[in-house]
Design a protein around this ligand. Sequence first.
Ligand SMILES: [Zn+2]
Length: 235
Amino acid sequence: MLSSKENILEERSLLPSTKNYTSWPTVNNLDGDKTAIISLSHQTENRPVQLPEANAVNIMTRDCWSARETRKTDHMVTPVNFVFIHHTAMSRCYNHHDSCEEMKRIQDLHMDGRGWDDIAYNFVISEEGQVYEGRGWDRVGAHTKSWNDVAIAICIMGNFVDKEPDSAAKSTLKNLLEFGVRLGKISADYTLHGHRDVRDTACPGDKLYNFIKSLSHFDQNKPHNPKYPNQNLPV
Ligand SMILES: [Zn+2]
């Protein structure tokens, strides 16, 4: 039987490549030591319980889900003033293995099917509330035509026309938005939109769209694109 500390060290050694921008959340263990705790969605019983810092977000890196190499990188100026929410209109994913497979499917679809340079979105969230790195905070995506270089896109895996995402995914979305502001990647006064606000699309589905309407930065007005003063955006 391992001590609680050894259990924790063992847990850390199993950690896949995660990008955590803040220090590890800590908690007093039974010995009174401050000990690092990690959160992994596939944690099972007899593992340390996650006691996160407020809004701490661990992001599974591209290495973690075995992303293909990007064809091209365009750097994005941050902080951005706009965030767009999407859904994949594909499968919901409830565990790490399925989510990694789904990330690869999405990337293949975007690179081979659509001919884009990489997976479209900056971040993707699974139903278990895990964030997966797409293009990350600093790269121009291919998610929202005419807005890609001035906005970050967050996508939730699943089709949300008839059903809402699970609560874990919804709370992770809120945490990731707050985290982006704390990192200085998203402006403090950003506006939040659904893909449908600027394109003729059902994305991100009625149910997910209703949820983002409840978030504080949601703006029901059509956003004004700073690159097109007359708002004559290419279609
Ligand atoms: Zn979309």
